[in-house]
Every structure is written in structure tokens, then in C-alpha cells.
Design a binder for this molecule. Structure first.
Ligand code: OAD
Length: 235
């Protein structure tokens, strides 16, 4: 068998990888936030103030994700194929959709949570949810009513399992960032961590991101084209 060019790979994905699957990105002209200020729907304070509004916002996102129009694309599938053929590929996504899993990835670290899960403000229970969440639903863990919330990391909250992510970044020799604008930390800082570990760093995005100058290599274009092409080149 041919030896692998890189031994330990970390891939970070953002909304751009799912754009061609029909899931809107955050900061484009028609982006998700257009009709909602972030403070109204994506903070713990917003949920405390108006839980019904926040539920409604994420219920709409969930319904969209579960519609027949939203399917994994060639970029999700190319990453899954790499994970299946290479022993050490850690995939960390900022996306709350399940398109990596549907594309065949068996290891996906959702650092900003998952739309198809709910958590609870009163207990540690995390449960699957395919239907609308509402303020009168009991938590399956503790039975409390009104405590169930989307399992999403909101602004002001800590992304999930950062220790594991930093451990992977410290030990990788290739870091690839796909479809992310580089606006939101800590993910926007991963490239610096990877550089400090001596890793080769690659940006695959429609256009140069905020942090583009931090990357050693760039390919700009649609994820469905540049991701399969790039991953083929390194395997
Ligand atoms: P953004 O919407 O900020 O950025 C999406 C990036 O994808 C942009 O740089 C686009 O140019 C690029 N893009 C769009 N279409 C593309 C395509 N077809 N192929 C390749 N690239 C494409 O989304 P994120 O960077 O993921 O956080 O946003 C990061 C976080 O900000 C999100 O996880 C979310 C948000 O606030 C939370 O909800 C906590």
C-alpha cells in the first residue's frame, strides 16, 4: 500500500460546505441572520427572554434540514471517503446540520452542537429530536417542563470539547479549513494552532476568508468541486 502523504489530518468545516446542499450560510447576502439579529435568537439571554421565539427559529431550521431537498453533496462525501481510507482524520465542524453523517462520516465533532438534538437547562440529558421543540415539552431526562432547549452552542457559551480539538491540532501535520468565513472564534484561531504545531495549512473556500493570510495554501471555488479535487491530490 502507498504510504500516506500526511499522517495526521484535521479538517474544519463551516456553513460553506453545506451551501450547495440547500442549507443557507450565515453571513452571505441571503444568510440565516438576515431577518433576525443574533442577540434575538442565538444567545442564552434570548432564550431566557423569549423561549418560544428561539424555539420557532430553530424549529424552522430543523424542518428545512429534514426536507427532501437537503442532501449531502460531493464535498461531504469526499471527506467521508478520506476518513474511510486514512487512519487519522479528525473532522470538526461548526455546522449544526447532519450532512457529514449522511455523507458517510462516522466521526464528526460538532463543536457548535446539533440541530437534531435537544439538551436541558436543568439536567445533563441530551436527546434526539426530529420534531418541533416547544416550551411545554418535558425533558426526557428529568421530566421538567420548559427546560428543553436546542442542543446548540450560543454566543457567550463554550464550544463543545475544546480540549480534544486542541490536542488534535497540536498533533496534526495537515490542517484543512473548508467553507468558513473565519469570523467566529475559537474556530477562526485553529489555523494558528496548527501552524504552531508545524502543520501544513490549507484553505478551501469560495473566496478568501478573514484569516486567509494565515494559510500556506489556498484553493478558491465551490466546495463540491475544490474539496474532492484537493483531497484526491493528497491521497
Ligand atoms: P459563514 O456564513 O460565516 O461563512 C461561510 C463561508 O462559506 C463564506 O466565507 C463563504 O464565502 C463560503 N461559501 C459559501 N458558499 C460556498 C460554497 N459553495 N463552497 C465553498 N465555500 C462557500 O459561516 P461559518 O464560517 O460556518 O455559529 O460561521 C461560523 C459560525 O458563525 C457558525 O457556526 C455559527 C455562526 O454564528 C454558531 O451558531 C455558534
Amino acid at each position: 500500500m502507498k504510504p500516506h502523504k500526511y499522517q495526521s489530518i484535521v479538517i474544519l468545516t463551516g456553513a460553506g460546505i453545506s451551501a450547495e446542499s440547500g442549507v443557507k450560510t450565515f453571513r452571505d447576502q441571503n444568510g440565516l441572520w438576515e431577518n433576525h439579529r443574533i442577540e434575538d435568537v442565538a444567545t442564552p439571554e434570548a432564550f431566557a427572554r423569549d423561549p418560544a421565539l428561539v424555539h420557532n427559529f430553530y424549529n424552522m431550521r430543523r424542518q428545512q434540514l429534514l426536507s427532501d431537498d437537503v442532501k449531502p453533496n460531493a464535498a461531504h462525501k469526499a471527506i467521508a471517503a478520506l476518513q474511510n481510507s486514512h487512519p487519522d482524520v479528525f473532522l470538526v465542524t461548526q455546522n449544526i446540520d447532519n450532512l457529514h453523517e449522511l455523507g458517510g462520516s462516522t466521526q464528526v465533532h460538532h463543536m457548535h452542537g446539533e440541530l437534531l438534538k435537544s439538551s436541558c437547562t436543568a439536567c445533563p440529558a441530551i436527546s434526539d429530536i426530529n420534531e418541533d421543540l416547544s416550551t411545554d415539552m418535558p425533558c426526557p431526562g428529568c421530566g421538567e417542563i420548559g427546560t428543553r432547549r436546542p442542543h446548540i452552542v450560543w454566543f457567550g457559551e463554550m464550544p463543545i470539547d475544546m480540549d480534544l480539538i486542541f490536542e488534535k491540532l497540536m498533533n496534526c501535520d495537515l490542517f484543512i479549513s473548508i467553507g468558513t468565513s473565519g469570523n467566529v472564534y475559537p474556530a477562526a484561531g485553529f489555523v494558528q494552532e496548527a501552524r504552531m504545531s508545524g502543520a501544513h495549512t490549507v484553505e478551501l473556500n469560495l473566496e478568501p476568508s478573514q484569516g486567509a493570510s494565515m494559510f500556506a495554501e489556498h484553493h478558491h471555488g465551490k466546495a463540491t468541486e475544490i474539496v474532492p479535487e484537493y483531497l484526491k491530490m493528497i491521497t
